[in-house]
Design a protein around this ligand. Sequence first.
Ligand SMILES: C[S@@+](CC[C@H](N)C(=O)[O-])C[C@H]1O[C@@H](n2cnc3c(N)ncnc32)[C@H](O)[C@@H]1O
Length: 330
Amino acid sequence: MTAQGERTAPRSYYSDDIVTLLLGDSLAQLRTLGDESINCIVTSPPYFGLRNYEADGQYGLEQTPAEYVETMQSVFSEARRVLTNDGTLWLNLGDSYSGSWGNQGRGEPRPMKQQVHDGRYPNKGTHTGSIRPGQPPAKNLLGMPWRTAFALQDDGWILRNEIVWHKPNAMPESVQDRLSSRHEHLFMFSKQPQYWFDLDSVREPHKAPSRKAGARAFRARDLNHQRTATGSYEGPDSRGRNPGDVWEIATRPYPEAHFATFPIDLPLRCIKAGCRPGGTVLDPFSGSGTTGDAARRLGRKYVGIDLNASYHDLAVQRFAQGVLDFGPAA
Ligand SMILES: C[S@@+](CC[C@H](N)C(=O)[O-])C[C@H]1O[C@@H](n2cnc3c(N)ncnc32)[C@H](O)[C@@H]1O
């Protein structure tokens, strides 16, 4: 990582009228962007201890949860500077278990060769274990999304939503002594108490009640919610209902990428709600460019940063293929 405060030049890897891809460390490249030059940030950083992206300086291989949180705090502090005052940050994070490095962060600790795993964290990029005092014993759920969210809050971000991304087609886990995990977190932060948010663009159709009793409950509930200032009842909001904070979105991995990409439906929804039309969306962990693809589809501009040139190549390929190579988007 670049030393604190050190500035590098922007390292443009690709650019056209809509998309700019910067190659290099996220924090270093963020430092090259102007104050308040970005309207919305949608991103999924490497999760703690989950996988190796095969690039020097990659995040996620920190030795302790605290070190990881510190890294994220520095990155998102810089991201805050480049965000307009009415902008939002949508941060997707998954959790990990201690002692499960490289095992999708979720399963049982990997059997360590010629040693009994003692629950302490393994060395960066190895599975052979090292002594790190003060860490939770093996099999502890670490709560990494919330640790990170609280750190960002301490840094001045306003945490507006915890959205549970429910994955109906989540990968099965082989665990026998706990429930398998089928969700990740998506936090929505703002920089200021007032910010640009277009709820109408993400409203959902009302669910029609099928039975009489359901219909009565539906009417009563809406009556409570839809009273106007004068006290008269106006009926259900004709624009649709608030989609709520549990999003059921099936994973749709990008076939070319061998790492976790998020389904395009996720950034599509965030950008619709969080980025003004014609604005610029940033993903400081761009990967295969899913956020960029969503931004382009929605008529926004895109700035993506990644350490790995071959991931940018995937993104460029993807943008060149046109828009609808993933099937219908939500
Ligand atoms: C979870 S993936 C993002 C996937 C992306 N949302 C997509 O749909 O393709 C995380 C990305 O962060 C990148 N990365 C890891 N450490 C980085 C760093 N220090 N600076 C910039 N990018 C980094 C990895 O190369 C990887 O592409």
